[in-house]
Design a protein around this ligand. Structure first.
Ligand code: GLY
Length: 552
């Protein structure tokens, strides 16, 4: 089978008259989904509900996301069809230096970009939620943040999942007394059902509710964060917080087999990589391929997109990212020219550039309201429990997103991802992300989807999109077993059930080095709205403890 260049552009846009018959929310935590539905029932729109869901997730999923971190909120507003990405990604502190994680011999100092004050970028979630409330929501922050404030005060019960996450980062949580006091029980892993109470965080959220952006980036919250960072020998300055800005960015859009994919631009690598992969796949008749051949092709497309990620992707406000070129079908045709269907391409033969499964951290949610407003949002503090450092007196668990920069060209980060010049550290720069909240529109449907999963986010979203395009139900988008290739290491990762023995043999015969994951990855939260009859369905990944609800 040969690659065929398809340049079909299918113009498509929802009309403002088209309305779903139900609202829906899918998130990684039942308390967050329920709180969001309550806000919709009170007359809030999808954007108000997004504030509530983000804030409750920050409280009840402290290992995944939070006000000490950031994220991307991809919006579609039904009234005027405005589509925008709110970029609330963390920034490198103004005092950050390109080699700040290297020792005198030029080697990366283990742990420095992962744990404690030096690992934390300037948080963006509070700016994003204040912006959402001011420009897109209908309700005041005092209303939309109220559920999170209440749950922070009353506490939530430790689950098995929480214990797994805290166990994974126990040593770091124990290192900081302020952190241990909140997230551990007598300095040890909390027992099942133990209540995590976050009084300081509740007060921090009240200041945000009262004063919006300034209630976080100035005044008491800001002063306490700065004092704590200084005590722990970090490098934040007042100017970092004063200068932090939410950025509205134009999404990346491209078509794939009659669907318009609307997704995220840099500083996420997700949109560009999805475009590259889907542009490659578009040239093949996937339904005429056998299972092994199809998975091989997926892996080869992933390999090429992740190689480009490593070389070209970074914060486009700081470096020239050739987005037009990388997302152009002709460019994909060039990449596809080196793909053989009978043989894997060793990553080492592609032009060079100078772990563990993800999915334990970060958080995604999807929202559709009855007006047709849509939100896909992926939020993160990076590794489980971020840097492990709570800024004293604020309850804010600070991110370790600085590890998403390329500390040294070619040196892998916590996800095994390598990077080059484009993602080098610079003051005020946003570190490259894989978070890929995505909308897929077609003449008969809207899909809203995304997932956590570190470097595997992009390929997990990809497989969700493919399942949707294949007309499979939303429950299958989130549940299907997954594969992943990220160029380096040169391995085809798979969940155990993703490949049967015949397919495994066939992939190995092509030269793929297979690695079965010991843990599942991803925690996809997805919504499907069928336009023809208005039907709405939603699903939460069975790998997690999330909840998807519709109001009908
Ligand atoms: N911290 C994970 C990501 O942004 O890709």
């Amino acid at each position: 089978m040969r690659f065929v260049l398809l340049l079909l552009f299918i113009p498509f846009s929802l009309t403002a008259q088209e309305r779903p018959t139900a609202a829906a929310i899918a998130s990684a935590q039942p308390l967050a989904t329920e709180a969001g539905m309550t806000i919709l029932a009170k007359g809030g729109n999808a954007f108000d509900a997004a504030i509530t869901v983000s804030a409750v997730l920050a409280v009840v999923e402290p290992y995944g996301s939070g006000f000490g971190g950031g994220g991307f909120w991809l919006l579609h507003r039904a009234s005027d069809k405005r589509q925008v990405m709110l970029d609330g990604r963390e920034t490198a502190p103004l005092a950050a230096q390109r080699d700040m994680y290297l020792d005198d011999t030029g080697e990366v100092v283990p742990g420095l970009s992962m744990n404690g004050a030096l690992a934390a970028g300037i948080p963006g979630q509070a700016a994003a939620l204040a912006h959402l409330a001011e420009h897109y929501g209908q309700l005041p922050l005092s209303t939309t943040l109220a559920p999170a404030i209440r749950i922070a005060r009353e506490g939530f019960e430790v689950s098995e999942y929480y214990r797994t996450m805290a166990g994974f980062r126990l040593e770091v949580l124990q290192r900081f007394p302020e952190t241990a006091a909140i997230f551990l029980q007598d300095g040890e892993l909390p027992s099942l059902g133990h209540r995590i109470i976050q009084t300081d965080l509740a007060a921090t959220l009240e200041r945000l509710a009262r004063a919006g952006h300034a209630g976080f980036y100035a005044g008491e919250t800001a002063q306490r964060m700065l004092a704590s960072i200084e005590r722990h020998r970090g490098i934040w300055q007042q100017a970092d917080l004063e200068q932090y800005r939410l950025i509205e960015r134009e999404p990346i859009r491209f078509s794939y087999r009659g669907h318009q994919v609307i997704t995220v631009p840099p500083p996420s690598s997700g949109g560009v990589a999805l475009a590259t992969i889907l542009n490659i796949l578009q040239g093949y008749q996937l339904d005429e391929l056998g299972e092994a051949e199809r998975l091989h092709l997926l892996a080869e497309a992933m390999r090429r997109a992740y190689r480009d990620r490593a070389e070209y992707l970074g914060d486009s406000d700081f470096v020239e990212v050739p987005i037009q070129r990388l997302t152009d079908p002709y460019y994909a045709a060039g990449l596809a020219a080196s793909i053989r269907l009978d043989q894997a391409t060793p990553s080492s033969t592609l032009p060079g550039i100078g772990g563990e499964p993800g999915g334990l951290h970060t958080s995604h949610f999807s929202i559709l309201d009855r007006e047709g407003n849509q939100v896909a949002a992926t939020l993160s503090i990076n590794y489980p429990f971020g840097s492990g450092l709570v800024a004293e007196g604020t309850g804010l668990l600070l991110n370790n997103e600085m590890d998403d920069f390329s500390a040294k060209p070619g040196s892998p980060n916590a996800y095994g991802l390598v990077g080059a010049e484009a993602n080098a550290i610079a003051p005020g720069k946003r570190m490259l992300s894989s978070m890929s909240p995505t909308l897929v529109h077609s003449n008969d449907g809207v899909a809203i989807l995304g997932t956590p999963g570190g470097s595997r986010i992009i390929t997990t979203v990809l497989q969700g999109i493919l399942a949707h395009v294949d007309n499979r139900p939303v429950s299958e988008w989130v549940a299907q077993p997954r594969i992943h290739h990220q160029y380096l290491p040169d391995k085809l990762y798979h969940e155990p059930e993703a490949l049967d023995s015949v397919v495994k043999k066939s992939l190995e015969a092509r030269g793929h080095q297979l690695e079965a994951s010991t843990r599942p990855w991803g925690n996809m939260q997805a919504i499907h709205w069928r336009i023809s009859d208005g039907r709405v369905s939603a699903a939460s990944d069975p790998r997690g403890e999330g909840l998807a609800l519709t109001d009908k």
